[in-house]
Each structure stands twice: as C-alpha cells, then as structure tokens.
Design a protein around this ligand. Structure first.
Ligand code: PMP
Length: 286
C-alpha cells in the first residue's frame, strides 16, 4: 500500500502527488515547515507547532492557505490513513507557483502550496541513542540572521550533519561569536552544578516547541534554569549536555569535540527530563 500524502486540498498516493517546477519552495527555498511527532497514534504539542507556523508565515508575509483552520483534521486524517503509530507528520507551506521564475513575490492571485506527509518510525521513543548518548562536533554557524523563522533553507544544517558523520560523530553544535547557538536541527543545553543552561530566545535560534515544554517541566520540577549564551569551553567542562527537538525529544550528549562529559554516559538531569517530557507529552497528545 503506498503512502497517502496531502497536496493542496487532496489526499493522494505519493506517486500521484505533484508540485510545480515553478514552485518558490523549489526555486528559492521560499517556504516554511513544521514537524509534529506522533506517539501511540496521537500528535504531540500540535497547538505549539500550529502557533509557530502562523508566526513563520507572518514574519515572511507569506499568504495563509485556505485549509489553515483544518490543519489538525488533516494531520489526523494522514495519521489514520497511513496507520501511523509512532512517527511524524511533516508540513510545508511555500509562497506558491507563479507563471515564471521571478525574485519578486507574486501577487495575491498565486495561492500558497500546502503539502503534508507522514513518516513511520516504530519505537520512536525507545531510542538506543538515548541510552548511549550522542557525540557532537562544533562547527561555525554561517546561517542567515533569521533562524527564529522555520524556513526550508536547510542546506547548511545538512552539511553540518555530514561534517559530523565524517568526524565519526552524531551531530554538530554551531558556534557564533564564541557561543553555542544550537544544534543543526535541535536546541542545545548544558548542565552545571544541577543548573540547566540554554541559550535565550532571539533571532539567532529557532524557538523550539520541545524547548518551551522541557523548560516548563523543568521549572515545575523545581530545577533551576538559566537562559543565556554559553561558550564551547563552558560546554566542554559541563557536567552534562543534551539536545531537544520534536523528533528526538530530550537526547543526552556525552561528548563535544574531544571532550567527554562526566563519565561518558547520559547524565541524570537529561535522563529525568526525557522521562518527564515523554510522560507529560503523551498525557496531552491529541
Ligand atoms: N533548532 C533547529 C535549527 C531546528 O531545526 C529544530 C527542529 N526543527 C529545533 C531547534 C527544535 O525545534 P522543535 O523542538 O520545535 O522541534
């Protein structure tokens, strides 16, 4: 049975789904996206992702698709039609497909393109990597200045993951002006003396939906949280480190470049936050 995807109002087998070669997502990376995780057939933090999507569209003056109010229903329909138990729903909106390639934004006559598809990942929450912890390398952050907008310009993050792979690591943390901004596709944290430190929100990083939830749960559990930039050296001397994202939840980091953190195994704060995050998000999944 082939996967059913959603394109501009239609549910289609993936082989029949088409987007124009003039689509601005394809030609200019003029598009935004969201990834929502599914556990036990239910969506995690759907409202948070929908809210950030609206903000991304607003910040780029991108038109809103007609189906904007039906996004929850479309997500659920795709999960059901593709029998997704654990996995994710990917959503992308682009500034549509005008008649010709032109840098200027098209007029209101060109509707945005809306595409959604699912990816099945059985056992998504039972990750062997989370038991082991991941190793990251540091790379310079050479991305554009509006990282708070979730655009599909993911070439540098892809290159960063390839650099990590070539170095025998799992992922990369990006450094700007001596401080860690974030991971290639996740937010970055260190733990020192029981205190959780993560970069404050701004245009330098994506405002992670998982980040917001994890910091809320941490504060509710009386853990101390400090939102500020931290240096690579500070991270390498930390007791623990971890990353968060919709698809990895809370993932312990056990090495940064040549520095092993603690005893080289996932630390207690990261382990506990992963457990709390998974428990709490399952409770509120829809
Ligand atoms: N930062 C970047 C650069 C990302 O690509 C992502 C995931 N898309 C995140 C952080 C984490 O965001 P979220 O928790 O909303 O998945």
């Amino acid at each position: 049975m082939s996967r059913i995807v959603y394109v501009n109002g239609e549910y289609l087998p993936e082989e029949e789904a088409k987007v124009s070669v003039f689509d601005r997502g394809f030609l200019f990376a003029d598009g935004v996206y969201e990834v929502t995780s599914v556990l036990g057939g239910k969506l995690l933090d759907f409202e948070g992702h929908a809210r950030r999507l609206r903000r991304s569209l607003d910040e780029l003056d991108m038109p809103t698709p007609e189906a904007m109010d039906d996004l929850l229903e479309i997500h659920r329909e795709l999960v059901a039609r593709n029998s997704i138990v654990d996995g994710m729903v990917y959503l992308q909106i682009t500034r549509g497909a005008p008649a010709d390639r032109d840098f200027a934004f098209p007029g209101a006559e060109v509707p945005p393109t809306l595409v959604l598809f699912t990816q099945s990942k059985p056992g998504l929450a039972e990750s062997p990597a989370a038991e082991r912890g991941i190793r990251v390398i540091s790379i310079p952050d050479i991305r554009w200045g509006r990282r708070d907008i979730k655009t599909v310009q993911l070439l540098y993050p892809s290159m960063g993951k390839m650099m990590a792979k070539a170095a025998g690591a799992d992922d990369a943390w990006m450094i700007e002006d001596g401080a860690v901004t974030e991971g290639t596709s996740n937010n970055a944290y260190i733990v020192k003396g029981g205190k959780i430190i993560t970069r404050n929100l701004g245009t330098e990083i994506l405002h992670g939906i998982t980040r917001a939830a994890v910091l809320r749960f941490a504060r509710e559990a009386q853990m101390e949280v400090e939102e500020r930039p931290f240096t690579l050296a500070e991270a390498q001397e930390a007791d623990e480190a971890f990353i968060t994202s919709a698809s990895t939840f809370v993932m312990p980091v056990v090495a940064i470049d040549d520095a092993t953190l603690g005893d080289g195994t996932p630390g207690p704060v990261a382990r506990r936050l992963r457990e709390i995050y998974l428990d709490e998000s399952r409770k509120t999944a829809i």
